[in-house]
Design a protein around this ligand. Sequence first.
Ligand code: GUN
Length: 282
Amino acid sequence: MVAKIVDGKKMAAEIAEDLAVKIAKLSQKPHLAVVLVGDCEASLIYVRNKKKAAESIGMKCSVHHLAERTSEKELLDLLEKLNNDKDVNGIIVQMPLPEHIDSDKVLEAIALAKDVDGFCPYNMGLLHANSKNATVPATPKAVLYMLEHTLGNISGKHAVIIGRSNIVGRPLASLLLNSDCTVTIGHKQSVDLQKLTAQADILVSACGVPQMVDEKWVKDGATVIDVGITRVDGKICGDVDFAKVAEKAEFITPVPGGVGPMTVAMLLENTWLAYKKQNKLG
Ligand code: GUN
């Protein structure tokens, strides 16, 4: 193996420790409200991890677990209540939502100041316009943090992202462009995707196809960030064939222990930032 491992678990623990010290000094603790509709197995695990991580640093975390059959109106009513609750600093609605609920409508209903996922359209617009006021979604923010703490300045590098979701691919493209990378987004309809990824200085895979990216997709000395988390035969699996790609890349993230824990750390940081802004702390 040639590649050095980018240790997301260690980075996340350092960020959490830093936040815990700040929160310990407060009498009124930051409060993250998590809304989950239905019983999607992956979502239940993500929400449990977020609550555990928030509480471990002294943050308050309330989980509002609604039944699959919950109507759009009931969900919007809950969001209005949370928007108006002075004790709540951050709100996230775990995605995906059941099909009978319009997720665009739901994301639009979250108060801008409490949108700690950064998914509401106004926030997305701020990010795309390179505004310093944007709340950056947790997974793209985690990827940028890991890149900058591994490579230093990434200006001018060619970043190729596999996947164009609203949660990862699209906001990450903006974020990397804002950091002066040259950005390519590849997706299911891209012609000869492998030819594109093989040109990448930075390759980020967020497509959810287990082990799709092997050494043929990767340039010598590239940095490879694996956002994929898929359960295969009970085991968590990334998009990248770690053993093969580690022979060629210079840096690589593991799954688990890479982007996953860093995403949670960035959500906690966004909640802390929202709290600071709402309480007019420096
Ligand atoms: N589903 C997958 N990732 C995320 C995330 O970062 N936030 C929310 N709300 N839902 C998700």
